[in-house]
Write a protein that binds this ligand. Structure first.
Ligand SMILES: [Zn+2]
Length: 199
């Protein structure tokens, strides 16, 4: 995970800074989100495209309703599309169209030809939903990949999956971007009892 470069234009720079500073957003109730996530897990293990779509819709609709925003449209593709234009904000397993609020998620990449793992698929779904939130609710029309964006995604992802949130440790680069320092971030996830035991 790497943040985008700070944009040059003042308005965009302001949006970027606000997004970067926003580390949290309100979390919806755990249920029925976690039940829907388990439905998704089951559908992925069976490689059942219809069931994957159904569970993804349930999750995204619930997330949208909980945040009182319009529901995004979701499409499940078998493989990553060949042509991805600049207008789509995308990452490896999905993308979001800021104009039409369409989230596309693909079950497998052309290279791997393997169905995405549950963790990868769910984190992509949440990532794309956070782009949707940026655009329709948080007044971040460019929905930049900032530290705040990734932290909001991580918080919601772990909430839905019912796993502990790790505090992300960022490493700054000379061009002003940040990348996750995974080694330090993973160390952060160690049980607190371990450090207490030194006393
Ligand atoms: Zn993205």
């Amino acid at each position: 995970m790497q943040t985008e470069k700070l944009p040059r234009a003042r308005v965009e720079k302001d949006e970027y800074s606000r997004s970067d500073a926003m580390k949290v957003m309100p979390l919806p109730p755990a249920e029925p989100l976690r039940s829907y996530a388990l439905q998704l897990k089951d559908a992925l293990s069976k490689e059942d495209k219809k069931a994957i779509l159904a569970a993804s819709k349930l999750l995204l609709n619930e997330l949208a309703d909980a945040h009182k925003v319009k529901r995004p449209t979701v499409k499940i593709l078998s493989v990553r599309p060949q042509e991805v234009t600049d207008e789509w904000v995308y990452q490896t397993f999905g993308d979001y169209d800021t104009g039409t609020s369409v989230i596309r998620l693909w079950m497998r990449t052309a290279v791997q030809k393997k169905t995405s793992s549950y963790g990868t698929f769910l984190s992509t779904l949440v990532h794309e939903f956070c782009h949707h939130m940026d655009v329709v609710s948080l007044e971040f029309p460019n929905t930049f990949h900032t530290r705040g964006f990734f932290e909001r995604v991580a918080e919601l992802y772990h909430h839905v999956q019912d796993t502990p949130v790790k505090e992300i440790v960022w490493q700054s680069h000379s061009d002003g971007t940040y990348a996750v320092n995974w080694a330090s971030t993973m160390r952060n996830s160690r049980p607190i009892a371990q450090s207490n035991s030194r006393v």
